[in-house]
Design a protein around this ligand. Structure first.
Ligand code: G3P
Length: 219
């Protein structure tokens, strides 16, 4: 399973990349806004920190505009940058063309299994269902992930399911149990996933006992 960071904050990306298990990064226009930095400059820097796929999102609403932006981003940014496209009819057509030109895509803002399947049919490299934003409406976002994984089990689909809008570690655990290919999450959730009070307590005990071993001259 791939673990991606969902941020455009390069300090956070450096921190988690240092753990050795960061597989990619996703950005979106809101995350770029939060970074306060130039879009291409920050994506270029991110692509230099993490060698995995780095999603950079198009902002055109029409197919031709999305294709033009996707091609321009690919031409001006490092090879590991992939093109993030909204899950609209226009986005579907752009995904198809970019796929035919050998460009990897991440179809985003997916809220139904049918949308996910159509994006896969268009040749998307990744499809990104948003869990947390469904939870926000009073429904269970994990049901969508389960539905998509059920569809994926029935057909031969090479598109990877990239769970997005992850709000807490339980979302990630449930994605792992459902066999999701990729999860993108904020740095805070990476930290929460690695933290366990019994690990800290156990380590404290081992270190204390080791001091006694050293004090006895037995180290
Ligand atoms: O990258 C897209 C997605 O993960 C956004 O999450 O928290 O804004 O719903 P959120």
């Amino acid at each position: 399973m791939e673990f991606f960071l969902d941020t455009a904050d390069v300090d956070e990306i450096r921190e988690i990349a240092a753990w050795g298990i960061l597989d990619g990064v996703t950005t979106n226009p809101s995350l770029i806004k939060n970074s306060g930095r130039d879009f291409k400059e920050v994506v270029r820097e991110i692509a230099g920190i993490c060698s995995g796929p780095i999603s950079a999102e198009v902002t055109a609403m029409d197919t031709e505009g999305m294709i033009a932006q996707g091609l321009a981003l690919k031409a001006s940014l490092p090879d590991n940058v992939i093109i993030k496209i909204p899950c609209t009819a226009e986005g579907l057509a752009a995904t198809k063309v970019l796929n035919e030109r050998g460009i990897d895509t991440n179809v985003t803002l997916v809220f139904s299994a049918a949308q996910a399947l159509m994006a896969a049919k268009a040749g998307a490299t990744y499809v990104s269902p948003f869990i947390g934003r469904i939870d926000d409406t009073g429904h269970d976002g994990m049901n969508l992930i389960a539905e998509i994984m059920e569809v994926w089990a029935s057909y031969e689909i090479s598109t990877k399911v990239l769970a997005a809008s992850i709000r807490h570690p339980t979302h990630v655990l449930q994605c792992i149990q459902l066999g999701v290919h990729t999860a993108t999450m904020p740095a805070k959730i990476f930290r929460q996933l690695m933290k366990h009070p019994l690990t800290d307590k156990g380590l404290e005990g081992f270190m204390k006992d080791w001091e006694a071993v050293e004090a006895a001259g037995n180290a």
